[in-house]
Ligand binder design. Sequence first.
Ligand code: ZN
Length: 244
Amino acid sequence: MKDLIASLRALQEVDRQRIDAEKERRAITERVEQLSMMLAELEHDLADKREKLKEAERWYKEREKELKEDNEKIRRAQTRLNGLSKPKEFAAVQREIEALRRSNTQKEEEIQKLRAVMEEFQGAVTEEDTKLETMRAELAQEESSTGVRVRELDDRLGGLARDHQGYERDIPPDTLRRYHRIQKSWQGMAVVEVNAKGSCGGCHRQIPPQLYNILLRNNSLESCPFCNRFLYVQVENGENGHGD
Ligand SMILES: [Zn+2]
């Protein structure tokens, strides 16, 4: 029975290492996935901002063109003004010129404001672009180091699977089935020590004294009545603090 417990414990140790390796593998691959998702999102945002900037530039150019056209109108009106002799007509064209000047001043102000906003926006886009460049480099590095580690872990997992098969050979099939069942439901801990005070190393509940005595004899495979895990007690030095 001692050998069976030893084999189960060896199997459990292999499973513990496997679970750790799987956890690490998951964590590092998820990290890379998250990073690349984040990067994609930021790139999408930046593309949107660039599109907005283009729109603003189009608008800016249109306003500038209008301004030029209006200035041309003013120039023509002034030429016309010189040829006019009737005061009424003269006054009418002068009013027209005044109106155009006022609207042009307003347009110029609008254009200047837009220019300032666009410059600020352009600055932010450039800054984000630099940040993204750094992130892309970091992601590439992370991907390559993760790739190396994943291959190491896969090798390790392959080795552990072989070890597992090796230990499985020493365990009767029904015990092995039970082991797998318990190991799955408790995520790794299927074989636990009962401490000197008689509590289960898995669920920490007090096992019945008669079960403890059976375990001390070490000639049968016993389970915790509460959590179903396989139990053993350390009896190497013969002495045990439990009981009477
Ligand atoms: Zn228990």
